[in-house]
Design a protein around this ligand. Structure first.
Ligand code: PAZ
Length: 343
């Protein structure tokens, strides 16, 4: 793959003018609209949670693709805490990544079949085939009951709506459409962008139609830069009213704060949550502009920022999930934002 870099050729506008919308977009949006209307009428705040990684297909008939790291833990866990805090949640996630509630029984970390037991009615010595019951191991019951109770309550209240994406193209189209829909809620909408989104992609015009053949030596692919969509998301799609939180993942912790500040200056949103790949489950940093009113600073204004770290000790509190504290902090900040004069 070529490592040479050229300037991005795609603005958000030219991206959407040249790349095709996913086939189910219209139906997805109708469903989202109904969900938002219902919760707006009930006076509920709504949060859009994005979660999981996006793929970049290398062929139109996709055999191979590049993927982005992310299991969807951050998004799925946070969605549960937002639901607990009374929000309606639009959970936009990578197909087959972790989801709220079912994440507790992921096939790789806590397989469902391992905590079920088969009980027979017949006395053991008869050895006869007889009606059987399935039961949950005693050690698993308390947690399962908690998860199941919360899940059933959310189903009954209809406060969780899920949408899926696979490619970065699906993600960008969905994000634009959902945020435009959600903008009707103004400052009562929260955007929590935890998905790991590809920075580079292959425009459909450059994709090989069929499987790329081997036999011609090494493969060189020059990728285009994915347009920076936070700018239009903040100022156009959400009309500058929603409370927008993006995430920044780095592997060099010293880059987190400068890159978060740069993103806030460039895009004018409310917070960046920085996390390092290896410590992301135990510590994150909140970076925000210091602002006394909700309007973004005028050009030339010197911006200042605050940073605050959230840390937890995995040895002292192994059951604790950092997303609980992240979400509590954001719920408070969002409340303050929603009550701020000047929007
Ligand atoms: O999904 P996960 O829990 O495995 O990882 C979460 C995360 C690190 C992808 C998320 O916290 C994050 O930083 N998302 C933004 C990544 C980025 O594009 O910088």
């Amino acid at each position: 793959m070529s490592s040479s870099r050229t300037e991005s050729t795609f603005s958000a506008e030219s991206y959407f003018a040249t790349q095709s919308a996913p086939p189910n977009l219209e139906q997805d949006i109708l469903n989202v609209r109904t969900f938002i209307q219902r919760h707006a009428q009930a006076g509920r705040k709504v949060v859009l949670v994005t979660s999981g990684g996006t793929t970049v297909p290398l062929e139109l008939n996709v055999v191979r693709f590049l993927d982005n790291f992310s299991a969807g833990t951050r998004g799925a866990t946070s969605a549960e805490y937002f639901l607990k805090a009374g929000y309606a949640v639009i959970f936009m996630h990578r197909q087959f990544s972790l989801q709220p509630f079912s994440r507790h029984y992921s096939h790789s970390t806590h397989p469902f079949l391992d905590f079920l037991e088969i009980e027979s009615d017949a006395p053991e010595e008869t050895g006869s085939a007889s009606p059987t019951h399935i039961s949950v191991k005693a050690s698993e019951r308390t947690q399962l009951l908690q998860v199941l109770t919360a899940y059933k309550a959310v189903q009954k209240a209809g406060t969780l709506h899920t949408l899926t994406f696979v490619t970065v193209n699906d993600y960008l189209w969905l994000l634009r459409a959902v945020s435009q829909e959600l903008s009707v809620l103004g400052r009562h909408a929260l955007y929590y962008l935890a998905a790991a989104v590809s920075d580079f992609f292959l425009p459909r015009q450059k994709l090989s139609e069929h499987k790329i053949q081997s036999g011609k030596g090494s493969l060189h692919i020059e990728m285009d830069q994915v347009p920076k969509i936070l700018k239009p998301l903040v100022s156009e799609w959400t009309r500058g009213e929603g409370y927008i939180v993006s995430f920044k993942l780095e592997t060099d912790t010293s880059l987190l704060i400068p890159k978060a500040r740069a993103a806030l200056s460039r895009y004018g949103h409310q917070a960046v949550i920085g996390n390092d790949l290896h410590t992301r489950k135990h510590q994150v940093v909140f970076v925000s502009p210091v602002q006394t009113h909700s309007a973004p600073p005028a050009a030339g204004d010197k911006q200042t920022f605050t940073e605050s770290w959230l840390r937890m000790d995995p040895v002292l509190t192994p059951e604790k999930e950092i997303e609980e504290d992240i979400v509590n902090k954001l719920v408070n900040r969002h409340q303050t934002w929603a009550n701020m004069p000047g929007i």
